[in-house]
Write a protein that binds this ligand. Structure first.
Ligand code: AMP
Length: 290
């Protein structure tokens, strides 16, 4: 496994890739790897001749007051994990090389980035502008055939798909299912912040989504959202949002049709901001009762 530290080294590798017959898979990460990342690396390994993992805590997607300075980092450990997962190349540039003085460009997706995590009461649309700008840069620098992202960040997945289509990136965007701890908590680098008590409390996030799914089948979407929110509140968690949206457009969902509904939640658990979501297929029983 080779570690590339500068955009220049990455561009040289990109040119070399262009002469190879094998496909290139890219897995963008901010490091502090867990099984969620590993599932993306595994898919990339199975489906491509070369696997590139980027390792970059992107400062522009954090707003003032968020956890940029304390975001968990352990590059040494990440390199060991990446190598054992079959990564061929790590792209780990320094922030100053990605955003050198004079850097002035933003890639921004409208609409989709103004709801859920993008609303002003949440991380704000600037968060996604940071995400799409870095992902556009990575897609240009690596020029992969396929790039892998997780459903855990459902809105990010929708926004990145939109950007890749709008800007005509040739890269195929693949979204893989959320990997969970045994008790259902979605794996996240930020879980490292949780005390044992908070870790226990955080399990209510996934169980509130399961509760929503089961009530939806019997009583419809409004009752289901109420039940999910109540479940969280009983665990002492006040969600930042707990909403139902259609996954492709992120328009508010009424759940009356046959389209799958994305129920997404963000919640601050004792100082740690966590997100999760569930895709619910409206059941035929429910449709018959409408
Ligand atoms: P991050 O390092 O948190 O920026 O995540 C890098 C990639 O891994 C993103 O595409 C995430 O959506 C994905 N990811 C993070 N956590 C999980 C998880 N629990 N299951 C699946 N994918 C995940």
């Amino acid at each position: 496994m080779k570690v590339l530290r500068t955009p220049g080294e990455m561009h040289d590798l990109r040119e070399w890739f262009r002469d190879q017959p094998e496909t290139v898979g890219l897995v963008p990460t901010m490091g502090y790897l867990h099984e969620g990342h590993n599932s993306l690396l595994k898919a990339a390994r199975e489906e491509n001749g070369f696997v590139v993992m980027s390792l970059f805590v992107n400062p522009t997607q954090f707003k003032a007051g968020e956890d940029l300075s304390t975001y968990p980092r352990d590059e040494e450990r990440d390199l060991v994990i990446a190598e054992s997962s079959g990564v061929d190349f790590i792209y780990a540039p320094a922030p100053d090389d990605i955003y050198p003085s004079g850097f002035a460009t933003k890639v921004e997706v409208e609409g989709l980035t103004e709801v859920l995590c993008g609303s002003e009461t949440s991380r704000g649309p600037g968060h996604f502008a940071g995400v799409t700008t870095i992902v556009a840069k990575l897609l240009n620098a690596v020029d992969p055939d396929v790039a892998y992202f997780g459903q855990k960040d459902a809105q990010q997945a929708t926004v990145i798909r939109r950007m890749a289509e709008d800007l005509e990136f040739r890269t195929r965007i693949v979204i893989l299912p959320t990997v969970r701890e045994r008790d259902g908590l979605a794996m996240s680098s930020r879980n490292a912040y949780l005390s044992p008590e908070s870790r226990e409390r955080a399990t209510a996030i996934w169980s509130s989504l399961l509760e929503t799914e089961s009530v939806f089948a019997e009583q419809g979407l409004d009752a289901a959202l109420d039940a999910g929110r109540r479940h969280l509140e009983l665990a002492g968690i006040t969600p930042e949002y707990f909403e139902a949206r259609y996954p492709g457009t992120l328009d508010p969902a009424d759940g009356n049709g046959t389209d799958p509904v994305l129920v997404a939640v963000a919640a601050n658990v004792d100082g740690t901001r966590l997100i999760d979501n569930i895709l619910i297929e409206p059941s035929s029983t429910h449709r018959r009762t409408k």
